[in-house]
Design a binder for this molecule. Structure first.
Ligand SMILES: Cc1cc2nc3c(=O)[nH]c(=O)nc-3n(C[C@H](O)[C@H](O)[C@H](O)COP(=O)(O)OP(=O)(O)OC[C@H]3O[C@@H](n4cnc5c(N)ncnc54)[C@H](O)[C@@H]3O)c2cc1C
Length: 455
């Protein structure tokens, strides 16, 4: 405690990604009668640092960036691309991409912002409000002394002391694993590969492809403010391909995927080799310990259906900071007191992860559900796509899919697909129909073509 504890800091945060930097910002800032805390924010990297990512920032993250004052500056500098024209391609090649004429609703917007840019802005903002940002501080070990003081040792010999430790060190979660709070390694993988501006034919902003070889994962194309395209992919355990197979799958299927080829065109130049990163999915069962809080990817706060984890990391960070402020106010940093944070994030989005995981299993067994959803999107247009997107990106609960406005047309279309694909054997989801739909004159690809995605 200030004045009582020998700790140099109240809180030592390890990892200055979106999770750690947001916790540090909220703790260092205090406000509304809450006293600011003395915070050390450590990262092994020196900013700007890269993070392999699809760079898609969903609405809840944008709200927080706005409140921090980070987003207005990025917008003013032209460093963001709002996803106006977005959509998806289903397993049998049905495609819908919204026109992009109407601006996306504020509550369902998704922006492409490079992690190398945005992560640095958040970390520096935390420093501006008082957090002591230490870069190049690679944490090697942590120890909790009998008097309740953490000492955090860095590989270069630096040491930081604090009354409370926040582990926000990403999906490998080395610190929380060493401390026995989190078990096992990350389960999923995702990839990124930037394509040079002006060399591709992608004219939409963001499109997800769901070919059967990757289900229930996906391949994604996202365009940045400067026309660089992020070609990504995401593999979920228990799906058509194991997460460890991503590199092989990329070489054998993704690179030659007919929709990817059509979207990128013959002149596409890659700016980097394939980048692959780990994901820990679905939330860990325990995210606190004695004087310890685990946040973000380190706590597996990534949606198992979409692989998105930036906004959940930031929401959890805010909840963690609130609990930590309260714990300091009461003078109780015990695991029991900090448990309020675990309860809060489970309630905020953790339960939705179970629905996401179940949805993934369902899609894997019945890809026609995505074909049906795409047909509904084609019929109902941008408004349906916006609602679909809001549920997929965590803006509203996945329970939205079972509400009448979504569930009724989806159920009717699924029945139609079931009859067409299983009884009439008219079309079968799979590589053949997917490739056929990608062929230039397939009328089902019209909306995709209208969005200017094709060459
Ligand atoms: C290829 C890929 C694509 C993705 N695409 C998206 C997407 O488009 N949208 C989305 O919402 N999510 C996406 N995700 C998930 C997203 O990247 C994470 O959920 C997000 O980065 C979580 O933030 P974080 O702060 O918890 O962890 P991180 O961003 O990983 O930050 C952890 C920080 O800890 C630091 N660190 C690690 N170990 C130490 C140590 N020992 N000492 C000091 N510092 C340390 C690291 O340098 C890093 O800065 C993607 C993930 C991958 C792998």
């Amino acid at each position: 405690m200030p004045g009582q504890s020998p700790a140099a800091y109240d809180v030592v945060v390890v990892g200055a990604g979106p999770a750690g930097a947001t916790v540090a910002y909220d703790l260092a800032r205090g406000g509304d009668g809450v006293p600011p805390r003395r915070v050390a924010l450590l990262d092994k990297a020196t900013f700007p640092r890269d993070k392999f990512c699809g760079d898609a920032w969903c609405a809840p993250a944008l709200e927080i960036l706005e409140e921090m004052g980070v987003l207005p500056a990025l917008e003013a500098e032209g460093l963001v691309r709002p996803t106006r024209s977005g959509g998806f391609v289903s397993p049998n090649g049905e495609s819908f991409v919204s026109t992009g004429e109407a601006p996306p609703a504020r509550e369902s917007r998704v922006y492409s912002i490079r992690r190398s840019i945005c992560d640095e802005r958040i970390a520096r903002r935390a420093a501006e409000v008082g957090a002591a940002l230490h870069e190049g501080a690679s944490v090697a070990a942590t120890e909790l002394a009998g008097d309740g003081t953490w000492t955090v040792h860095c590989h270069d010999g630096r040491a930081f002391r604090g009354a409370l430790l926040v582990a926000a060190d990403g999906a490998t979660s080395r610190i929380a694993r060493k401390l026995g709070v989190v078990a096992g390694g990350p389960e999923a993988t995702a990839s990124r590969r930037y394509v040079a501006a002006g060399t591709h034919a992608f004219r939409a902003d963001g499109v997800l492809l769901y070919p059967t070889y990757v289900l229930p994962g996906y391949v994604a194309l996202f365009r940045h403010h400067d026309d660089v395209v992020d070609l990504g992919s995401y593999l979920i355990p228990g799906g058509a391909a194991a997460p460890g197979e991503l590199r092989r799958l990329y070489a054998e299927r993704i690179e030659s995927d007919p929709f990817v080829r059509a979207a990128l065109g013959p002149r596409a130049e890659f700016l980097e080799p394939l980048r692959i990163g780990p994901l820990r999915l679905g939330g860990v069962p325990r995210s606190v310990g004695e004087r310890l809080v685990v946040v973000g990817d380190a706590a597996g706060q990534t949606d198992p259906l979409t692989g998105e984890g930036i906004h959940t990391a930031m929401i959890a960070a805010r909840l963690a900071a609130r609990t930590i402020h309260e714990a300091f106010a009461r003078g109780d940093l015990s695991e029991r007191a900090l448990g309020a944070y675990h309860t809060a994030w489970t309630k905020a989005f953790g339960r939705d992860f179970a629905v996401s995981a179940a949805a993934g299993r369902l899609i894997h067994r019945m890809p026609l559900l995505l074909d049906a959803a795409n047909r509904v999107a084609q019929r109902k247009g941008d408004a349906f796509m916006a609602r679909f997107g809001a549920a997929m990106t965590g803006v509203v609960s996945k329970a939205e899919f079972v509400r009448p406005a979504m569930a009724a047309p989806l159920a009717a279309a699924s029945l139609g697909e079931l009859v067409r694909q299983r009884l009439l054997r008219h079309e079968v989801a799979g590589p053949a129909s997917y490739a056929a739909a990608a062929a230039a004159h397939d009328p089902r690809a019209t909306t995709f073509r209208n969005a200017g995605v094709r060459t």
